[in-house]
Design a binder for this molecule. Structure first.
Ligand SMILES: Cc1ncc(COP(=O)(O)O)c(C=O)c1O
Length: 363
């Protein structure tokens, strides 16, 4: 395992922008090269069939379907839950609302009704009760309630099982299903100390990504009942996401299931080390309690320009993401080892000191 990526011809960089930047492991590449494939639209790709069966079993659901991206996973699931004009309840900080180009409303005629999200990624259960529509001619039907676990924009925080159960009961009592955007459900499960199936049991459908902490190059899965997944297959076709010999890429997903789930706590431990190190640096404000998985978000105190700070990090070999007003995001993943964390902290220290010197920000 390496601490830095060599990024082609450029100087080595420590890439903490996201867990999506990981390249396939040697075992993944070997499995891809040797994969048995067939036409998946005839149901004849043995590797895709295996990946889907493994996903269903891991999540404790009847069936699963392989889709090219998390965005398509969420969209195809919402299309399967909702008819045109049905409303989807989402959090106002959710990935579905912020980063998926309004797909549900653009392509499905599904308006997104956004509820306030708290710092821990939760929607207020009372708001959910009030937002689920009564059966009146003037109201759209509420087609689905969406949760996100772990929660990306809230810094990788984990929804606990009691909360998820409470929301499921509220929704089910009113005849509304739950969709979980579980792009990082295995991180959530690792943090909660339970199998992913226990988290998935609190939702009717789940989308999760192979291409994030699990390190595979492509793809997500949607899991649910057999009947629901048949519908998602149809929606995937409508969206142009049904593939042919996709076993070539699914093979890396099989290896991800076999080799990458159990190591996620390492990423979480490194994220905590990073957070502790950042907290000790003058000029950085960080809520360490929100560092529950592999995402670390912090802010700069005072008037430091965080664009300049981020550029300063990059110039010294550290890539991070911009995160809202004066915010910075760092994500650990399997290509980041202890040495990379130590180097990253050193670079942050130097870059901040440099900014302080040039702008002479009061201590
Ligand atoms: C919570 C969450 N959901 C969905 C997605 C979308 O996944 P993709 O980029 O594969 O479309 C992401 C991507 O970062 C995500 O963080």
């Amino acid at each position: 395992m390496t601490s830095v990526s060599d990024n082609g011809h450029q100087a080595p960089m420590i890439d903490l922008r996201s867990d999506t930047v990981t390249r396939p492991t040697p075992r993944m590449r070997a499995a891809m090269a040797e994969s048995f494939v067939g036409d998946d639209q005839y149901g004849e790709d043995p590797t895709v069939n295996r990946l889907e069966a493994m996903a269903a079993e891991l999540l404790g659901k009847e069936a699963a379907v392989y889709v090219p991206s998390g965005t398509m996973g969420n969209l195809s699931a919402l299309l399967a839950h909702c008819g045109r004009g049905d409303e989807a309840l989402v959090g106002d900080e959710s990935h579905i609302l912020w980063f998926e180009s309004g797909g549900p409303s653009t392509l499905g005629g599904i308006p997104l009704f956004a509820l306030k999200t708290d710092r821990r990624g939760r929607l207020d259960p009372v708001d959910i009760v009030n937002a689920i529509r009564a059966d009146r001619p003037g109201y759209p039907r509420t087609g689905v309630v969406c949760l996100e676990n772990t929660h990306n924009r809230c810094g990788g925080v984990v929804l606990n099982l009691q909360y998820m159960r409470q929301v499921r009961e509220i929704a089910h009592d009113r005849g509304v299903p739950i969709h979980l955007d579980g792009a990082r459900i295995f991180n959530a499960a690792a943090s909660l100390g339970v199998p992913a199936s226990v988290v998935a049991a609190e939702a009717d459908s789940i989308q999760f990504c192979l291409s994030k902490g699990l390190g595979a190059p492509v793809g997500s899965l949607v899991a649910g009942t057999g009947e629901f997944i048949q519908n998602v297959r149809k929606q995937r076709k409508v969206l142009g996401g049904a593939m042919r010999q996709s076993g070539v890429i699914a093979a890396a997903g099989v290896v991800a299931f076999e080799t990458m789930i159990d190591r996620l706590p390492e990423d979480h431990a490194r994220a905590r080390t990073l957070a502790d190190g950042l907290a000790a640096i003058d000029g950085i404000r960080i809520d360490r309690e929100s560092v529950q998985t592999n995402i670390v978000v912090f802010k700069l105190e005072g008037t430091q320009d965080h664009a300049e700070f981020i550029a300063g990090l990059k110039g010294r070999g550290l890539l991070v993401s911009n995160y809202g007003l004066r915010g910075v995001r760092m994500v650990t993943h399997y290509e980041i080892d202890d040495a990379a964390i130590a180097s990253a902290l050193g670079i942050v220290n130097v870059a901040l000191a440099d900014i302080r010197e040039t702008v002479r920000v009061p201590a």
